[in-house]
Design a protein around this ligand. Structure first.
Ligand code: ASP
Length: 332
């Protein structure tokens, strides 16, 4: 009989660990309530596909995820995966910022082994809770040879996504995770992972980012574009010490005159300016809606604003050269 893979489950909280008083409650429940031990006990089937051990890393709703926890989590994942006896890692996570944590790890993990993030849209006590099946799939995926060298993955609703492309696209549906325009990597069915695509950007062992020895990540913020937008948010970020501002522009990263003035001023104060988009799919074209070469701005390519923030804060640990940072946005 083939040896079962050794998988570590790192639990961080979220709805997958959420509870409510009634099976019909799917909003207004208590998130991040049950421990990793209980999560594992609730899905005894996983013991038939892997040798499991669990660690509770934090117990939070993922809207409270922050740079400090990312730094610790990235280092922990690297330390665990350097152990030849560990075959893969599953991270249970709230769904709200799961794509950001996944992309952060995609850039800082130094291993070819599978790292899979998973959550749930319904609390563990709900009728047809999606957490148990999602967790079972995540363990199967983390133990699958097919998932090696794919970078960090998210599995939700039987669908495998790359950390780079995936986003939460519904506030409550169980198929909330989508990769708009670019598509999923594959599916998981009866604990077999089927891949149909490869992630194309640089990641994990081919990533230049390394957080060993880094205790603090730079401050990078996101300002949102809309009709009648003012420059107040951008000015406030600059005044409070942001080293980078992502502008989630309308359309192809378009800017009003007032926003343009604020961003030019920010750049003249050495703040890195990245034009992204609030649209949710497509790429932001360099020298399209603004003369980026002249203004010394960076464009986000297909990264959404929240992932552009992750890349920029790692970029800023190495350089403030805008040409180099632009190249990173094309490569990662
Ligand atoms: N607010 C929750 C969280 O992100 C939602 C979820 O987990 O689905 O932690």
């Amino acid at each position: 009989m083939e040896k079962l893979p050794n998988i570590i489950i790192l639990a961080t909280g979220g709805t997958i660990a959420g509870i409510a008083g009634k099976t019909t409650i799917t909003v207004g429940y208590t998130s991040a309530a049950i421990t990793v031990e209980t999560l594992i006990e609730m899905v005894p089937e996983i013991e038939t596909i892997a040798n499991i051990s669990g660690q509770q890393v934090v117990q939070i709703s993922s809207q409270d995820m922050n740079n400090e926890i990312w730094l610790d989590l990235g280092k922990k994942v690297n330390e665990l995966l350097s152990n030849p006896d560990i075959d893969g890692i599953v991270i249970t996570h709230g769904t709200d910022t799961m794509e950001e944590t996944a992309y952060y790890l995609h850039l800082v993990v130094k291993s070819e082994k599978p790292v899979v993030l998973v959550g749930a849209m319904r609390p563990s006590t709900a009728m047809s809770a999606d957490g148990p099946n999602n967790l079972y799939n995540a363990v199967a995926l983390a133990g699958s040879k097919n998932a090696w060298r794919k970078g960090v993955l998210i599995v939700m609703n039987d669908t495998i996504h790359s950390a780079r492309e995936v986003t939460k696209a519904s506030t409550f549906l169980t198929d909330a995770f989508q990769a708009p325009g670019l598509g999923a990597l594959g599916y998981i069915q009866s604990n077999v992972a089927h891949f149909y695509k490869e992630p194309t950007g640089r990641h994990t062992v081919n990533s230049r980012f390394n957080t060993e020895g880094i205790d603090e990540l730079p401050k990078v913020d996101i300002a949102y574009g809309y009709a009648n937008v003012t420059r107040v948010a951008i000015d406030a970020f600059v005044e409070t010490g942001s080293q980078g501002v992502i502008y989630a522009g309308t359309g192809n990263g378009s800017l009003t005159d007032e926003v343009m003035d604020a961003l030019i001023e920010a750049r003249s104060n050495d703040v890195i300016v990245v034009r992204s988009t609030r649209v949710g799919s497509g790429l932001v074209a360099r020298n399209g809606e603004a003369d980026d070469d002249m203004l010394d701005f960076v464009v986000s390519d297909t990264l959404n604003p929240q992932k552009a923030r992750v890349l920029l804060l790692l970029a800023l640990t190495q350089t403030t050269d805008t040409k180099e940072i632009q190249q990173m946005f094309y490569e990662y």
